[in-house]
Design a protein around this ligand. Structure first.
Ligand code: ZN
Length: 122
C-alpha cells in the first residue's frame, strides 16, 4: 500500500511515517518508480512504534525496544515503568486530594491541613 493508506490506517499524517523512516524505525520497500510501498508487516511494525510512543518511549529509544536482545533494552523499559509508576502515584494523590476537597469541612481550604499537605507535597 502507499504511504497515504498506511498513514490513514494509523490515523497519522504521512510526514510522521517519513520521519519514522528517516529514524530507520520502519523502512518501506520502494516501487520501481521509487514510491514507498508498505506491507501488512510494515503496518504492524508502525502500530508497535505508535504504541511505544503512546507509552512515552522516545523514537530514539524505540529502536532498542523493537528487538529482543538489543543493548539497553531493559534499561529503556525499566525507565518507562518507573515513570509510569510515578505518574500513577501522582494521579492517585490528585484523586485523593479532589475527593477530600469535595467533602472538606473547612470553610477555607487554605485552613485545612490535609488540603495544604497536597499543595505543599514534594
Ligand atoms: Zn481539606
Amino acid at each position: 500500500m502507499k504511504i497515504a493508506e498506511a498513514a490513514a490506517r494509523l490515523g497519522v499524517e504521512t510526514h510522521v511515517l517519513r520521519h519514522w523512516e528517516d529514524m530507520k524505525l520502519v523502512v518501506p520497500e520502494r516501487t520501481a518508480a521509487g514510491h514507498r510501498e508498505y506491507s501488512e508487516e510494515h503496518v504492524r511494525r508502525l502500530q508497535i512504534v505508535q504504541a511505544c510512543r503512546g507509552v512515552g518511549v522516545s523514537l530514539r529509544e524505540i529502536r532498542h525496544v523493537l528487538h529482543r536482545g538489543e543493548q539497553g533494552r531493559d534499561a529503556v523499559i525499566d525507565r518507562r515503568l518507573a515513570a509510569i509508576r510515578r505518574q500513577r502515584e501522582e494521579l492517585d494523590a490528585a484523586e485523593l486530594f479532589l475527593r477530600h476537597v469535595r467533602q472538606c469541612r473547612h470553610s477555607l481550604i487554605t485552613r485545612c491541613p490535609e488540603c495544604s499537605a497536597y499543595a505543599l507535597r514534594r
